[in-house]
Design a protein around this ligand. Sequence first.
Ligand code: NAG
Ligand code: NAG
Length: 343
Amino acid sequence: MKSSKYVSLLTDPKRKRSCLCTLLPAASLLCLVFFIGSAFIVTDTKGNLSRWGIDGSAQKLESNKCKNQCRPSGSEALPKGIVATTTNLEMRPLWGFPKKDVNASENLFAVAVGIKQKDLVNKMVKKFLSNGFVVMLFHYDGIVDKWKNFEWNDRVIHVSAVNQTKWWFAKRFLHPEIVADYDYIFLWDEDLGVEYFDPERYLSIVKDEGLEISQPALDTANSEVHHQITARGRSSMHRRTYKPGGIGKGCDDSSTAPPCTGWIEVMAPVFSRAAWRCVWYMIQNDLIHAWGLDMQLGYCAQGDRMKNVGVVDAEYIIHHGLPTLGGDDENKARLEYDMPKES
Ligand SMILES: *[C@@H]1O[C@H](CO)[C@@H](O)[C@H](O)[C@H]1NC(C)=O
Ligand SMILES: *[C@@H]1O[C@H](CO)[C@@H](O)[C@H](O)[C@H]1NC(C)=O
């Protein structure tokens, strides 16, 4: 840890709030927070340990301390109450008040798009908008105008940066503080068919099963399937895949790691708020393609990746495997990268 001054992020997952604490080394260690694995461990000056979420009183105490002493860096000069502490970041009319939105947006659908895939994207956007999602389009081909013909054009947020992948956009524009209002974040590729996918039903399975990181299964008949675990099964969802091959090669009930269990692919991930807060830090600038990121996602599963990561079969998608950003070469490179891991 730096000796002069450091910043740590205190989060209260239950209250959707967080605040940044700037601590001086001489000050007491009231708010010292360590990240160990994915759990929050808080220690006070006496060296007591309490785990957030388990010890409710300690959590409350910490959050009170935080309220009184820890202001987001730079906001210390603001008198109490001068501004609202949070905003939902919804688009608003220039004048007057927003229409009361019965479908208050609690989830975000973000997708990197090029105009060549506008038909598939159109279907996705319509589906997610009609389910009350906030939709963000990340335009990697610099073409924004040509989407104007779609009736939904003005209801989605457009971000344009040429030749950047969804991971770059996500790092740049989906900081966990900015998207803290959303329960779930869908960060998808554009070459996916959603004919057999219902976002609401999907999320109800995710919530029932306690999945922090998930993806819809791929329809095996019409999809390009790179990894067996993503293939659609017969149950409502699955957490592991089975295949023969012997120790270290196959997958069975004793497998504890990818590619047998505890992971998903990165084409259609769905993250809980807490998982996204973690994943955002894993995305670095050089991770344009995020190759290998999928194998690491388990660290962000908020506990046991064998339990909290899963593939939903009941609501599934078609992976068309179309050339997207960068064209054919990129897709081939991806295959070459992916395939050896499976064998
Ligand atoms: C609210 O959601 C329903 C479907 O759940 C949809 O039919 C309707 O258009 C949505 N309303 C708005 C204002 O988006
Ligand atoms: C974006 O990528 C395409 C295809 O690789 C290339 O032809 C184009 O010059 C790139 N544009 C920029 C601004 O880098």
